[in-house]
Design a protein around this ligand. Structure first.
Ligand SMILES: Cc1cc2nc3c(=O)[nH]c(=O)nc-3n(C[C@H](O)[C@H](O)[C@H](O)COP(=O)(O)OP(=O)(O)OC[C@H]3O[C@@H](n4cnc5c(N)ncnc54)[C@H](O)[C@@H]3O)c2cc1C
Length: 107
């Protein structure tokens, strides 16, 4: 559960994203953990207190974790195996491209 939204959005863009969300009537709840999604809506705890949000549709956008089982499986099967980008940890395109460029230079 996060304390704020859009924490990883660039500083120049973040205020505009939040302004647009508020302008369109999006209610922002932080420190909220979803416990159950049912036909009635979403049951959650907000700062430890139980709450229910009525909903017709629920969009789940909870982020991702990087994983690299493929890199481990390939170890020893090629002269050099280098895991890059999201295969190491979730990041942005710039980070993945930088990883790939470094791997290319190092080989
Ligand atoms: C919804 C979404 C929105 C995003 N928005 C942004 C954004 O606005 N700005 C930004 O900078 N970043 C954004 N990202 C993150 C960015 O897309 C990733 O950080 C970046 O694409 C990572 O590059 P990558 O090469 O490591 O992995 P990927 O781009 O995922 O490439 C991995 C490739 O490997 C292939 N593959 C997987 N397993 C195998 C296998 N066994 N054999 C062969 N091929 C395989 C996949 O099909 C894929 O084509 C976003 C990510 C998502 C999911």
């Amino acid at each position: 559960m996060l304390n704020d939204i859009c924490a990883d959005v660039g500083k120049a863009v973040r205020p505009f994203v939040i302004k647009e969300l508020k302008k369109t009537g999006v209610k922002i709840e932080v420190q909220t953990k979803v416990e159950e999604i049912s036909a009635q809506g979403v049951k959650a705890t907000n700062n430890g207190k139980p709450v229910t949000y009525a909903a017709d549709s629920v969009v789940i956008a909870v982020g991702m974790k990087g994983q690299s089982p493929l890199a481990k499986q390939l170890e020893g099967k090629a002269p050099v195996v280098v895991a890059v980008g999201d295969g190491v940890e979730m990041k942005k395109i710039v980070g993945a491209v930088a990883d790939g460029a470094k791997a290319g230079r190092d080989i």
